[in-house]
Ligand binder design. Structure first.
Ligand code: NAD
Length: 472
């Protein structure tokens, strides 16, 4: 049997765990099991399903410490972040348990038009394909609403972080897990018994998966990359704490977050002041080292190719006249893993690859601007539109600008996960994807409306309408 061995990206000689690669036959068997399971699962009342999900939440809660350590070792994310991610996933699961019964309740419209019931029907088998950067929460935002609604799920996590999420998924009812890379993903997406595809990941895989799902007429939800701008209005007023939060908005998870602050647009007149305060904040808050060591806030990147790619982006920036400013402090031996020095890059034009493309790593460009309209146009340039942020002492002014930004989610005076809300729909505009996670919309993503209707005219034998008339 072919196995995937996952090394610790902070200590690459250490194998954290192994999972078997699921071949096409295995994927087929998993989908068929899920298709059997979904019938019984959907036939249960939503109250029963919620009770089972709450029990699973309780089981996982008792294991947060152990799972956080596993996640830290396989992903390279600091232990506190891993604990935070799993706890947040459980908070979201409980949020779904609380809100799904209301949001998914059938609507009965009994009026002069007759009796009309709109049910929120599950799709059947949902295929979930997820990345490695936040494997537990990015799976949970799919699993929890899909299961609450009565679907069964086949989850294919990334082979770069399959272990902790595999354990969490095993605690949930109605979930099959398959492992592997693109071949396993393709077999899953193109399976004829899969009725919905939920994908989070990069642009290239997203396009291929959306096309494959489209060819099957299988609906999909796509959460893709972002190149999020952070826009500082001329009146921005940041405290030391704000600067620290801003630094972590770019460098948490070594910058490998879809909604990280990836381009910083700062008024030219305040550039020197901003740069100095930013560097000082990074010196205080950004500590690079082994994810299990106390006080470390940034670990390695996920793999050797990822480290090469980010170093290449920085070297290329310097080659075109930019200046690389190393940030933060190192803790311990950084030769043992895929560590990349966190870097602020100044002196680049918007056509530099570090600015124009999603860097997905610990290097961020600082870009001066002269007028607000110019900054807005530059922030809106490009094909991606996941998130953005506006920073201003005047909240109304920030909200007014937020409405002009081409992004699915605009944070005001913060950025990245500190600005998230369980209640708000999250997802991209333009080529950052379609469909939404979180909030009511995230619950409705996993149901289809199905209607039963008895027109008033024909109830109880009444003949109030001609045989060919249109109803009102
Ligand atoms: P990826 O696209 O390489 O992989 C994502 C998943 O799809 C993995 O499980 C992978 O094995 C699978 N896969 C890859 N190619 C496939 C194919 N052709 N057919 C079927 N399955 C395939 O992404 P990644 O490197 O794991 O994650 C990084 C990307 O994810 C970044 O672009 C990031 O911005 C994006 N992301 C988006 C969000 C969001 O919510 N919008 C959140 C996190 C990450």
């Amino acid at each position: 049997m072919e196995l995937i061995s996952r090394e610790n990206p902070a200590r690459i000689t250490e194998i954290v765990g192994r999972v078997p690669v699921t071949g096409a036959d295995g994927v087929d068997a998993a989908v068929r099991r899920a298709d059997q399971a979904r019938r019984e699962w959907a036939a249960r009342s939503i109250g029963d399903r919620i009770a089972a999900l709450r029990e699973a939440a309780q089981t996982v809660t008792g294991r947060v410490g152990e799972l956080a350590e596993l996640l830290a070792r396989e992903s390279g994310k600091p232990l506190a972040d891993c604990r935070g991610e799993i706890s947040f996933a459980l908070t979201y699961l409980r949020w779904v348990c609380e809100h799904a019964p209301g949001v998914l309740a059938p609507a009965e419209i009994d009026d002069a038009a007759g009796r009309l019931v709109v049910r929120r029907a599950p799709y059947g088998v949902v295929a979930c394909l997820t990345p490695w950067n936040a494997p537990v929460i990015l799976a949970m935002v799919k699993l929890a609403p899909a299961l609450a609604a009565g679907n069964a799920v086949v989850l294919k996590p990334s082979p770069l972080a399959p272990l902790a999420v595999g354990e969490v998924a095993a605690a949930l009812p109605g979930v099959e897990v398959v492992h592997g890379g693109a071949p396993a993903g393709r077999a899953l997406v193109t399976h004829p018994l899969v009725r919905k595809v939920a994908f989070t990941g990069g642009d290239a895989a997203g396009r291929e998966i959306a096309a494959a799902a489209g060819a099957m007429l299988t609906p999909s939800v796509m959460e893709l990359g972002g190149n999020d701008p952070a826009l500082f209005l001329p009146d921005f007023a940041l405290t030391d704490d704000d600067y620290e939060r801003l630094v972590m908005a770019s460098f948490a998870t070594s910058g490998q977050v879809c909604m990280a602050a990836k381009r910083l647009y700062v008024p030219r007149a305040r550039l020197a002041e901003f740069t100095e305060a930013y560097r000082a904040a990074a010196e205080r808050v950004l500590v690079v080292g082994d994810p299990l060591a106390a006080g470390v806030t940034m670990g390695p990147v996920i793999s050797a190719p990822a480290a090469e790619r980010v170093r290449g982006l920085v070297a290329g920036s310097v080659a075109r006249g930019g200046t690389a400013v190393p940030l933060g402090r190192a803790h311990g031996d950084l030769e043992s893993g895929y560590f990349v020095t966190p870097t602020l890059v100044t002196g680049l034009g918007d056509d530099a690859p570090l600015v124009a493309e999603e860097q997905f790593g610990p290097a961020v460009p600082l870009l001066p601007y002269d007028t607000e309209d110019e900054a807005l146009a530059r922030a809106n340039a490009g094909e991606l539109g996941l998130a953005a942020s506006v920073w201003s002492a005047d909240e109304d002014r920030a909200f007014a600008l937020a409405a002009r930004l081409e992004a699915g989610f605009v944070f005001v005076n913060t950025h990245n996960r500190t600005g998230m809300s369980l209640r708000a729909p999250f997802g991209g505009v333009k080529r950052s994807g379609y469909g939404r996670e979180y909030g009511e919309e995230g619950l409705l993503e996993y149901v289809q409306s199905a209607v039963a209707h008895a027109p008033a005219a024909f109830r109880g034998g009444g003949g109030g309408m001609s045989a060919t008339a249109y109803p009102v």
